[in-house]
Each structure stands twice: as structure tokens, then as C-alpha cells.
Write a protein that binds this ligand. Structure first.
Ligand SMILES: Cc1cc2nc3c(=O)[nH]c(=O)nc-3n(C[C@H](O)[C@H](O)[C@H](O)COP(=O)(O)OP(=O)(O)OC[C@H]3O[C@@H](n4cnc5c(N)ncnc54)[C@H](O)[C@@H]3O)c2cc1C
Ligand code: SF4
Length: 314
């Protein structure tokens, strides 16, 4: 691992001023993604700004009837919160499907949203990868196809976001609140935090280097039942091959794009009275990539919609 400076932020302003003064610095929350990448020398920050002790772990009711979840709430705290479990069960299930108990005890909401792709070639410093080393090429194009993007990929990068939590958050229309060193606060849908790769796959999100995620805010859950499906290579300690969150009339897909993918074509088809299978087919008709992978995502999308509808009927 390359040498780096380490500073523990006293408060949010201190964290932001350190970030603004240190190009190439990174915020450190639970460390479960960043430290792994540093050990592999894929991330080589000159300075780590430890935000892990900032008072940003609260889960609170909002005036609108939703929940505001601090960026430093752990995955375990969110998934076990009784309000999340009763009103946003698809979110609790999505989180519990991620990593392992030990990881979820350390991993935070902000870190889960901002974690980097788990594309195997990104994680292997010996392989060409445009995200890690712009212009070096993309090993995934001719490599393993189990986790290629089906939507929004470019000729430069076909990697997907590994965050399960963000898929459910997108289905709930959650908003992320961020702040920069100049005091500017931004609120935008979780769905749009991540960029699609285009010509610059090395840039994952639209956050500035001195921009800290403060919280995510969930509006009241939409009426109707919820469902969550995830396909993965083994029962725990591994990311999704594909996932689906359903919340009322909304559907979001995971591990199919560089961001959580709202399946708006499926939603429109359902609004027009389509069956679960027809709605899933409407979304996947516009997918790229191997037919086996498209078929898998089509099937689990239809299954999740069906599960939610059967829940509504029972
Ligand atoms: C074996 C394994 C299996 C996994 N399986 C899954 C899975 O199935 N599903 C899933 O969703 N995840 C999975 N993960 C990923 C895990 O959930 C993430 O590593 C974790 O959520 C990251 O949170 P953290 O607090 O540890 O982030 P850190 O490692 O501390 O940070 C990650 C990134 O986020 C940035 N960051 C952190 N907090 C903030 C903030 N408040 N504002 C701005 N930037 C911030 C950091 O600078 C860094 O770039 C897995 C990880 C491992 C190691
Ligand atoms: S898909 Fe993206 S992250 Fe994976 S090797 Fe290609 S450029 Fe790198």
C-alpha cells in the first residue's frame, strides 16, 4: 500500500475544508470498500479524511411522513430499524442481501452509495481497464459476461454499480443530500448520483471531490406491496448478478447499469394493464448484452412484479 496521510474530521466543516485543501483525498467511512481498493493499489489517495465519527448516523422521521437516514448509519442499523422494516421492507431486504453481517455492521449508507464497481478487471491491476487507467482499454468487453451492463453502457466501459441498497432507494424515489466546502447543499434523486460511463468511465458520480453525502431522504412509501429479488453466485458475501426492487407501481433494477436503473418502460406497461411478464419484456426489449443475461433479468423482474401483486391480492 502507498503511504498516505490520515486525519480524523472533528466536524462536517472540518471534513469539507480538509477535502477542499487536498486534491486526491478521500473520505473514509466504514472502510470496507476503500481500504480493500487501497490494499490492491487501485485507489491511492494521498490523504484519508476519516468521517466515521461525525454525528451523521441518525434515522429520523421527516415532516412529510418519510425517513431521513444519515450517511453514517450502518447498513445493519438501517435494515433493523422498525420503521424501515415496516414501511420500506424492500429496502431492508435489499440491505440484508448484501455482503455479510460483519460487513453490514461496518458499511455505511454513504459508503454503500459511493462504493466503486466490483468489475473483476477493475479490481485486477494487471488488466487493462478504462475506469482505472483511462485509455488502457476494457478487458470486460471480451471477458466474463456474467455482470455486464445491459443499459447505459458505452464502448469504454460496461461495468455495473454493485450497490443493492441504491436499487431499493431508487424504487422509493429517495433523494441524496450532499454538501460542499463552500456551503452549497444539493439534493438529487439517488438514481442520478452516478454517471453513465460515456467517454469518461473513470468518473463514477457527479459529486465534486469536496462533496460529502449527508443523508438520504425517503418520501412516504408508495401505496401497494413491495418485493425484492437478487440473483448471486452464492448465498452471501458476494454482489448481485442482477436484482429487482418493486415498490407499489415502481420497479428498479440492480447490477444492470452503472447506476440503479428505474424500469420506466415496465412501469408504463403495468400502468397500461400489462402482465408482469409483458412489463418485464417491455423493459428488456431495450437491453443490450448477451441473451442469457437479458433473459435472466427479464425473468426475475417478472417474478418480483408477480410477487408484489400476489402480496397485494393476499
Ligand atoms: C466481500 C464483499 C461483498 C459485498 N457484497 C455486497 C453486496 O452484495 N451488496 C452491496 O450493496 N454491497 C456489497 N459490498 C460492498 C459493501 O456494502 C461496501 O463496501 C460498503 O457499503 C461501503 O461502505 P463503507 O462505509 O465501508 O465505505 P468506505 O469503504 O469507507 O467508502 C467507500 C467509498 O465511498 C466514499 N464515501 C464514504 N462515505 C461517504 C460520504 N458520506 N460522502 C461521500 N463519499 C463517501 C469513500 O470516499 C469511498 O470512495 C460487499 C463488499 C465486500 C467486501
Ligand atoms: S467494464 Fe469498466 S471497470 Fe470493467 S474492465 Fe471495462 S472499463 Fe474497467
Amino acid at each position: 500500500m502507498k503511504p498516505f496521510a490520515f486525519e480524523r474530521a472533528r466536524d462536517v466543516d472540518h471534513a469539507l475544508s480538509l477535502a477542499a485543501a487536498s486534491p486526491g483525498a478521500r473520505f473514509l467511512a466504514g472502510g470496507t470498500n476503500l481500504l480493500d481498493l487501497m490494499k490492491l493499489e487501485i485507489e491511492q489517495p494521498a490523504r484519508l479524511i476519516d468521517v466515521g465519527r461525525l454525528p451523521l448516523a441518525e434515522i429520523a422521521e421527516t415532516a412529510a411522513g418519510g425517513l431521513r437516514i444519515g450517511a453514517l448509519a450502518t447498513n445493519t442499523a438501517v435494515a433493523s430499524d422498525p420503521r424501515v422494516r415496516s414501511r420500506y421492507p424492500a429496502l431492508a431486504r435489499a440491505i440484508l442481501a448484501g455482503g455479510s453481517v460483519q460487513l453490514r455492521n461496518k458499511a455505511t449508507v454513504g459508503g454503500n452509495l459511493m462504493q466503486r464497481t466490483r468489475c473483476p478487471y477493475f479490481m485486477d491491476a494487471a488488466k487493462p481497464c478504462n475506469k482505472r487507467l483511462p485509455g488502457s482499454g476494457c478487458s470486460a468487453m471480451e471477458g466474463l459476461s456474467r455482470s455486464l451492463a445491459l443499459f447505459g453502457a458505452s464502448e469504454m466501459c460496461v461495468a455495473v454499480s454493485p450497490s443493492d441498497m441504491s436499487v431499493a432507494l431508487a424504487a422509493f424515489d429517495a433523494v441524496a443530500e450532499t454538501v460542499r466546502a463552500d456551503g452549497s447543499v444539493r439534493r438529487r434523486p439517488v438514481e442520478t448520483l452516478h454517471r453513465l460511463p460515456g467517454e469518461a468511465p473513470q468518473v463514477d458520480t457527479d459529486l465534486a471531490p469536496d462533496e460529502l453525502v449527508l443523508a438520504v431522504e425517503l418520501p412516504p412509501p408508495p401505496p401497494g406491496p413491495q418485493a425484492w429479488r437478487k440473483v448471486r453466485a452464492r448465498a452471501s458475501y458476494t454482489g448481485a448478478i442482477a436484482s429487482v426492487a418493486v415498490a407499489g407501481d415502481r420497479v428498479a433494477l440492480g447490477a444492470v447499469a452503472a447506476r440503479p436503473w428505474r424500469a420506466r418502460l415496465a412501469e408504463a406497461a403495468l400502468a397500461d394493464g400489462a402482465s408482469a411478464a409483458e412489463a418485464a419484456a417491455a423493459e428488456l426489449a431495450h437491453a443490450e448484452g448477451p441473451e442469457g443475461r437479458r433473459s435472466l433479468v427479464r425473468r426475475i423482474t417478472a417474478d418480483a412484479i408477480r410477487e408484489a401483486r400476489e402480496g397485494a391480492a393476499s
